[in-house]
Design a protein around this ligand. Sequence first.
Ligand code: ADP
Ligand code: MG
Length: 387
Amino acid sequence: MTAARAARAFRAAHAAACDGVWAAPGRVNLIGEYTDVNEGFVMPFALPHRTWVAARARTDGRLRLHSAAVPGGVVEVRPDDLVPGGVRGWAAYPAGVLWALREAGHDVPGADLHVESDVPAGAGLSSSAALEVATALALDGLGGAGLSRPALARLAQRAENAFAGVPCGLMDQTASACCRDGHVLHLDTRHLSQRQVPFDPAAHGLRLLVVDTRVRHEVGAGAYAQRRAGCETAARALGVRALRDVAYAQLPGALQELATDPGTAGLRGLVRHVVTENHRVGEVAALLEAGEARATGALLTAGHASLRDDFGVSCPELDLVVAAATGAGALGARMTGAGFGGSAVVLAEAAAEETVRAAVAGAFAAAGHRAPRVVGVTPAQGAGRVA
Ligand code: ADP
Ligand code: MG
């Protein structure tokens, strides 16, 4: 898939040449799950898979949207439709980006857009953020607004939350906008400070695999909101702004405090996950910076156990990937993204790749699950203009 192909498809959809093509990747979170909604730390990297947006400015303020992934023709969004809830379906993501830019006071034009993507949608790899960030870069480019990548990521998140009505933290959009080739992004989601941490698996004789379970359990959306609300209740009970403020050393005391009230005793697992997960992010970053990538595997697997047992957002298929991969000698594995299906990330010795792939495929076949999709990945470049 190339920028040229997106430009050609734009011409077919809109009967004119585009002004440019912008691309933004999907992401995998290496570690730091559900920490962004607690003002904590995350460490995603960009996938080689991306979404291309070919675009041309319009003078009438309208958006005319076309996606190769969506059957049917062009979706037209008029300026009057640019209110939260005013656009339904996939068009809400790009329309939300235009809304968020304008609402923040940026004078960006309407546009004709054509979207191409090889980020699997709904697989927990953030095809929604890739679409938003590619659109944000395109509209920023067409309008000459000159916004920074972190600022565009925040507007893209606002589009998803407030316009499309999907709650999510800031990780996905920031990863798509700000990641660098050969690095994972250490992001403090409270202070919005970023650090690029070098990670070249091949240089260490390692392999990163992403396993898409191809399941998405219905309970996911409700459970996501319920976990977030539980974290907020726990933070209030502990007298902190967010669970990010509970230091690792304070965890035993915090758990004891919650145990004294029947109304908060049930929240201890959520707190234990968030506090230990923030700690694991720091440990993984330190290991990678010390050149000890191999040693991060155990922390990935510990993170999965925490999401499964304490936070309660895994599912049998994700647990099976982790069990099968680590059982076959992978250094570590964990679910990535919001859970209840979607994808897992596996770190293995490069030499063990085939054994691990076979073990995961075999375990899924034996359990009667549809075959998972497994791809080897390397941390790739974030969003940018490509034509
Ligand atoms: P994820 O972000 O994990 O892939 P989401 O449910 O958050 O899953 O986002 C998937 C949605 O994003 C799709 O249902 C669709 O509305 C939109 N989307 C993603 N990629 C495209 C695309 N290439 N063309 C049109 N819509 C897309
Ligand atoms: Mg998404």
